[in-house]
Ligand binder design. Structure first.
Ligand SMILES: [Zn+2]
Length: 362
């Protein structure tokens, strides 16, 4: 799309900030049925405020302190190491006196995705990580890797797809310690997720999707000194598949023959950036699509006309950070804080985590 053709709506920064602030304060802690979804929701709300640069003005220090303490309330440990569990209501207190049922196996097991999310949310909140059990975290990673190289969501089982491998690798990167994982075995699992289209499925044999393709690119790059972690033929095929997912609306779709969806602007766009080909994306068309996904009362929806939610708001802002439209195309209101695409957090937040997570010698 040329700059003359572009008619980019203004990015409603204060509206999006307000949407995320409302979603944060509208989370009743008595809502037990969605208890395990609260932390991701908090992450997407706070992450959006972080990318917009409004976290300090939209929230109070007393609230941030309270959220930090809430998240540490999820810290759990046992025979399989330590990490963060999905829910405040998951407690082993009823089983502690039953010799047949150890509390770690029943309720208090750390969860890989929750642990990744908790670490990044604590970094957004500028926690000092003094309460982190570094050694327990490495044990948890080791306990969660399977024979085929994949990781399970917790040491007792559960899902085993690319999301878990990605979270395990980011945790290693934040710890600057890879001793808890068999990297080569894990990379073998990721390579088996590649499909004939050049994208990656969430597990071997699954259809190529934007999300797992981003995860695969990030996983490869986190352990590679060079951006050339795919051979030339593979790189061309993967890029071609990713780029043809930017459809005529300007947005990206997540799978062949699907409609564009705001979250895939990040999942596909992030993968393209990791492959070093940002110049091949039409930034103006992308901003035009995301501008039309803005909900009139704040927040960004998955598609024009849909209701907004923190997940699509955060990932849209992350995509805009990678592909900002030029000022001359009307993108003056679209400046977003720089993103660490591999970690999927604001660059200074990812750096905070790396700087403050206790070092190996402690
Ligand atoms: Zn979506």
């Amino acid at each position: 799309m040329t700059e003359q053709q572009a008619n980019i709506p203004v990015l409603a920064r204060s509206g999006h900030s307000g949407h995320c602030t409302r979603c944060l304060t509208g989370l009743p802690f008595s809502l037990v049925t969605v208890d395990s979804s609260k932390l991701p929701l908090i992450f997407y709300c706070l992450g959006s405020l972080d990318l917009l640069g409004t976290l300090d003005t939209a929230t109070k220090e007393s609230e941030r302190e309270s959220w930090r303490n809430d998240i540490w309330g999820l810290h759990a440990g046992g025979a399989w190491g330590s990490g963060f569990k999905p829910s405040w209501y998951m407690t082993g207190s009823d089983t502690k006196n039953d010799p047949q049922r150890t509390y770690e196996t029943e309720f208090d097991t750390p969860h890989m995705i929750v642990t990744y999310t908790a670490l990044l949310t604590l970094a957004i909140l500028r926690d000092d990580f003094a309460r982190l059990d570094r050694r327990g975290l490495v044990t948890f990673l080791r306990s969660s890797q399977r024979e085929d190289g994949s990781f399970t969501s917790d040491p007792t089982g559960g899902d085993a797809d690319l999301r878990l491998t990605y979270c395990a690798f980011v945790i290693c990167a934040l710890l600057n310690d890879w001793s808890g994982v068999d990297v080569e075995k894990a990379l073998g699992f990721v390579r088996r997720c590649r499909t004939y289209e050049g994208g990656y499925g969430s597990a071997p044999g699954c259809e190529a999707q934007g999300g797992p393709t981003y995860l695969a690119m990030a996983i490869f790059r986190l352990t590679s000194d060079s951006p050339n972690f795919l051979n030339a033929v593979e790189r061309r095929q993967t890029l071609r598949w990713l780029l043809q997912n930017q459809d005529c609306s300007g947005g990206f779709r997540g799978r062949t023959n699907k409609d564009a969806d705001a979250c895939y602007c990040f999942w596909c766009g992030g993968a393209i950036q990791i492959l070093g080909a940002t110049e091949l994306v039409d930034n103006v068309a992308l901003a035009s699509f995301l501008g039309n996904c803005q909900f009139r009362f704040g927040g960004i929806a998955k598609a024009p006309g849909e209701h907004a939610d923190p997940y699509h708001t955060y990932l849209s802002l992350a995509a805009i950070s990678i592909f900002p439209p030029s000022e001359s195309a009307g993108g003056g209101s679209w400046a977003i804080e720089p993103l660490d695409t591999l970690i999927n957090a604001k660059s200074s937040t990812a750096q905070w985590a790396k700087d403050h997570i206790p070092s190996k010698s402690m």
